[in-house]
Ligand binder design. Structure first.
Ligand code: WT7
Length: 649
């Protein structure tokens, strides 16, 4: 992007947890003797009920993949995030809740209050028969109860699976069924950007496709009217009043699953990514503190949704295990107008702010009048995550929000990695706009030659990104399908964890992520398998076939481009396009809404019937010069038709 380097300011270096020399020394130690390094961190950062005697027991060999950290250690995640802070910071704010409407009062929830709420919520779950190891699906908006519910599960050893509140009833039902949840927790309705989503009625619709044993816990958040099924639906807030205010934190094994989070891959069915209790929590806390250079008393704001891993790790577990004050925002960046983020930062004195390039681009597009006049003197560190950040967005973030004086940490990681993998540290790493820079402690990135899978030794190179050895925050398995775990991440490049991203390494050893190399697209920082959108489209009775690819989109990063072949009897029309768009929104959710639909009388296929997406991607990108060899196609003329009729040329 640019080779301009931004070194950390002298002031930052002086006060930072880690400086340049510290980074190099610690990084070396973490690689040369991971056992000693992680044992020390785990003892220092977590409270253990039973100490661990082994640190690392991991194997990346296909057929034998197994990831275990601190395997005989016993701890409780909720105790680590709440109880152990009560003596020293019981009256400190743990969570600041900023509601959707700026006129509504913000809540400041102290660690003492958080303790009571979580205990009560845990007792509600116990009263519903939720036991250790049971799955609890959480379909809630960004409200404090989402945090209470997650921590309540952790307290009693239940495994939570948060489903983003923007997902459709079908998507919710699939997840409830895949993990065989005993309970689903939802809210009546969810205000967001001045509109309301009917979560309870979505849940009602989902539960029609689930076992009738699933109980439905409802948080009456707005008080909006909903249907109520006696014997199945439970009023959580009312019941929290009736149960005891205390609940013991259950001793859990470090390797017991803490949560499942579904994420898209290159096949149609989302995978249940399983994270552990001990290793995950350690990694969440350590990265939250060091990547953002978080200090006691700071106010930390991660603008993601708890429905994504970013929210799990950097709204909830990372900050709370460190005894931090974390901000939870119910709304959207553009409501009531595009200055909302900056208002919230000034209102609550936010010190570290973490968001995604897509949000930055949207706010940049709204015009500078919305940010001019905001000084935001409290800010110390800015973060970005989700996709490579383009120069315009980086410069705007740096000039307008950072006032040219703040470090920007561009953090590369994934749902699967639990926490940051490649990232600058504010007081240690000179940054280069567009580069996620250098690996976090314990992380050994390698660049592989894509076809041979050979590790490239030269510093300056390009290839696919893989990780050589395990780190504590790594996912442990795919829920119910360990074979799929091995196949997805360990079979393309033997002996490595393969992330699915391409990357470039420059002469200084800095990593530049170039994007996914599989059929996964990144739309507004949301990850989506093109196969998922395709299966939704072909499920429509008028669609014969569909192929979906990403294309460059100014705000979203990538947009969803769909090639659709209709059933013989169907006539293409704009109404039908709208019908298909609405259909995908109901099947998956608004985030999967097609941006462009092109009618395709035929799709380019090989003689063996495989759709050549490479060609479809090029057409969607308006890059016809680079179509490559089309002679292997069963019918090369379909390509001419697609080019002829490309959308919005
Ligand atoms: C994919 C993971 C866990 C963070 C939220 C997304 C892309 C993520 C960056 C970055 C370039 C990035 C990758 C990755 N990605 N962060 N800083 N620079 N690309 O999590 O939904 O699991 O998606 O997001 O392609 O594989 P996710």
């Amino acid at each position: 992007m640019t080779d301009q380097t931004y070194p950390p300011s002298a002031e930052l270096v002086k006060n930072a947890h880690v400086d340049i020399a510290g980074y190099e020394k610690m990084y070396k130690a973490s690689i040369s003797d991971p056992e000693t390094f992680w044992a020390e961190e785990a003892r220092k950062r977590l409270d253990w009920i039973e100490p661990f005697s082994t640190v690392k027991n991991t194997d990346f060999t296909l057929g034998n993949v197994s990831i275990k950290w601190f395997e005989d250690g016993v701890l409780n995640v909720a105790h680590n995030c709440i109880d152990r802070h009560l003596d020293t910071r019981g009256d400190q704010t743990a969570i600041i809740f900023e509601p959707d409407e700026p006129g509504d009062e913000a809540q400041h929830i102290t660690y003492n209050q958080l303790h009571e709420k979580v205990c009560r919520f845990a007792n509600v779950l116990l009263a519903q028969g939720v036991m250790r190891g049971d799955r609890v699906v959480i379909y809630l908006p960004m409200i404090p109860e989402a945090a209470y519910a997650m921590l309540a599960c952790a307290r009693i050893g239940a495994i939570h699976s948060v489903v983003f509140a923007g997902f459709s009833p079908d998507a919710l039902a699939n997840r409830i069924n895949d993990c065989e949840a005993k309970v689903v927790i939802t809210a009546d309705t969810a205000p967001r950007g001045g509109k309301r989503t009917a979560l309870k009625s979505n849940t009602d619709a989902a539960l029609l496709h689930c076992s009738d044993k699933v109980r439905c816990l409802v948080v009456k958040h707005t008080g909006d009217q909903t249907t109520w099924i006696e014997g199945r639906d439970v009023d959580v807030k009312a019941m929290m009043e009736d149960v005891a205010p205390d609940c013991p934190a259950r001793p859990m094994n470090a390797e017991d699953p803490l949560f499942i989070l579904y994420t898209s891959g290159s096949t149609g069915k989302p995978k249940g990514v399983v994270h552990s209790s001990g290793g995950y929590l350690l990694y969440a806390g350590m990265t939250q503190q060091l990547t953002f250079d978080y200090h006691d008393g700071d106010v930390f704001w991660c603008g993601a949704d708890v429905g994504w891993v970013t929210g799990h790790t950097y709204i909830l577990y990372g900050p709370l295990v460190n005894g931090a004050t974390t901000l939870m925002f119910e709304g959207v960046p553009t409501y009531p107008d595009a200055s909302r983020f900056w208002q919230v930062i000034e209102k609550h004195g936010v010190n570290q702010f973490y968001t995604a390039p897509t949000a930055i681009r949207a706010l940049m597009g709204a015009g500078d009048t919305f940010v001019d006049g905001f000084e935001m003197p409290s800010l110390k560190v800015l973060g970005t995550v989700g996709e490579p950040i383009n120069p315009e967005a980086w410069n705007w973030y740096n000039d307008k929000i950072g006032k040219g004086r703040l470090p920007i940490v561009d953090t590369w990681w994934q749902t699967e990695t639990g926490g940051h993998m490649i990232t600058p540290l504010p007081g240690a790493t000179p940054t280069k706009p567009g580069s996620a820079t250098l690996p976090f402690f314990g992380v050994q990135p390698v660049v592989l030659e894509p076809t041979s899978g050979e590790e490239i030794e030269e510093t300056k190179c390009e290839g696919v990104l893989a990780i050589k050895d395990s780190w504590p925050g790594q996912m442990r398995t795919v829920w119910g399908d360990h074979e799929r775990f091995e196949k997805t991440y360990f079979s393309d490049y033997k002996g490595y964890y393969f992330a699915g991203d391409g990357c470039r390494r420059d002469e200084d050893g800095y990593y530049w992520i170039t994007g996914r190399v599989d059929d996964v697209i990144n739309v507004s920082g949301h990850r989506m398998g093109t196969a998922e959108v395709e299966s939704a489209l072909v499920a429509h009775s008028k669609v014969a076939e569909a192929a979906v690819v990403g294309y460059p989109h100014d705000v979203k990063g990538q947009g969803i481009y769909c090639y659709v072949t209709l059933m013989n009897s169907e006539e293409p029309s704009d109404e039908l396009k709208k019908e298909l768009r609405d259909w995908v929104r109901t099947e998956i959710g608004p985030i999967a809404s097609p941006d462009l639909i092109q009618w395709a009388p035929g799709l380019p296929k090989t003689r063996s019937g495989k759709i050549m997406r490479r060609i479809l991607r090029k057409i969607a990108e308006n890059d016809y010069g680079a179509l490559g060899d089309t002679s292997t196609l069963a019918d090369p003329s379909v390509v001419d038709d697609l080019i002829e009729n490309r959308m919005n040329r």
